[in-house]
Design a protein around this ligand. Structure first.
Ligand SMILES: NC(=O)c1ccc[n+]([C@@H]2O[C@H](COP(=O)([O-])OP(=O)(O)OC[C@H]3O[C@@H](n4cnc5c(N)ncnc54)[C@H](O)[C@@H]3O)[C@@H](O)[C@H]2O)c1
Length: 313
């Protein structure tokens, strides 16, 4: 990565979590001033880059946000904080809606108040489209989320478009595929690469929901980081999918991980979970046109890197 001419003051919410902590590392390495805001609900202090300014704060605490924004005056806001689990949102949608919809509105108000110029946001390509009519899914296909989590991400997109019109900052909205890689929490309910790795490491049998044929599009976290770096300077008010365009079945994920871990037991099969679609793959033609981005990590390389990380952590 070449060093940018303009040094930004970038406030990253969720920067103690899985994806955004990697983005923070890249922004710091490029010489930007980075401010991390996280309530540490699922994130961890040990993920936070020591060269970033850290605030333990909740995005639903508007007075705290106003104080932090006034003090730090970010030029760019990259908003990754969220409750990011479909199953949790189905059990009780209120916390997910409160954080992902109202919390996002709080941040947008503060972004406008300090005249920041840019807002970057991860929506969810695996949930906002619902069960897609065609694969790989393109950005103009209909939006039919089947979980409160998917709905909350769609609301987030619309809030951003609205506040961008009100305040004049530009935005880049990503619709991520299933992101995996080092630092993903193996104790969560989402992210089967991490969950299966955690179980295989301690020689326990992972559970597959359904018959193993359900598919997802798996994107390695460093490819996501690359897109978030490009998004600092490219793409004016755009919504772009970020995925490989390939479907990988749960059974294939299990088999590839089992081979890497030397795990010889069979998975446990239980019924499909409500709120989950059966097939997903995201077209990335637009991300290529808007950002010059394409995924560089093969599944094999991404899985190998991920397993090596879990082996040593
Ligand atoms: N992981 C994926 O495959 C995926 C796919 C699509 C979109 N996304 C989006 O990417 C973002 C990051 O996801 P992740 O997988 O890294 O999850 P994560 O849980 O590791 O990260 C979320 C971070 O937000 C923080 N947070 C949660 N609620 C907060 C609040 N009220 N105030 C302040 N901080 C709060 C958590 O402590 C955590 O550090 C989320 O917005 C998620 O919706 C993730």
């Amino acid at each position: 990565m070449s060093r940018p001419k303009t040094k930004e003051r970038i406030l990253v919410t969720g920067g103690a979590g899985f994806i955004a902590s990697h983005i923070v590392d890249a922004y710091v390495a490029l010489g930007h001033k980075v401010i991390v805001l996280d309530n540490l609900s699922t994130g961890s202090r040990k993920n936070i880059n020591p060269r970033a300014n850290f605030y333990k704060a909740d995005i639903n605490d508007l007075p705290a946000l106003e104080r932090i924004f006034k003090k730090e005056r970010p030029t760019v806001v990259n908003h990754h904080a969220a409750i990011a689990e479909v199953a949790k949102s189905l059990r009780n949608p209120i916390p997910t809606m409160t954080v992902n919809v109202l919390g996002t509105a709080n941040l947008l108000l503060c972004t406008g108040a300090v005249n920041a110029k840019r807002f970057i946001f991860p929506s969810s390509g695996g949930t906002v489209y619902g069960e897609p009519a065609h694969l790989p899914t393109t950005e103009h296909m209909s939006l039919n989320p089947i979980s409160p989590y998917g709905l909350s991400k769609l609301f987030g997109e619309q809030e951003i478009e609205f506040y961008s019109r009100m305040h004049g900052f530009t935005y880049l909205i990503f619709r991520y595929a299933n992101v995996y890689g080092p630092r993903q929490n193996p104790k969560g309910e989402a992210g089967i690469m991490a969950i299966f790795s955690g179980l295989m490491k301690s020689n326990q049998r992972p559970t597959i929901f359904g018959d193993g044929s359900k598919t997802r599009d798996y994107l390695f976290v460093q490819d996501v980081v690359d897109a978030n770096v490009r998004a600092l300077t490219r793409g004016r008010n755009a919504i772009v999918n970020l995925g490989t365009g390939h479907q990988i079945s749960d059974r294939a994920v299990f088999n590839t991980l089992a081979q890497e871990w030397g795990f010889t037991q069979k998975p446990i099969y239980t019924p499909f979970r409500k709120g989950e679609i059966l097939r997903s793959a995201l077209a990335h033609k637009k991300a290529n046109e808007v950002l010059g981005w394409f995924p560089k990590f093969s599944l094999e390389k991404g899985i190998r890197t991920t397993v090596e990380w879990y082996q040593s952590h």
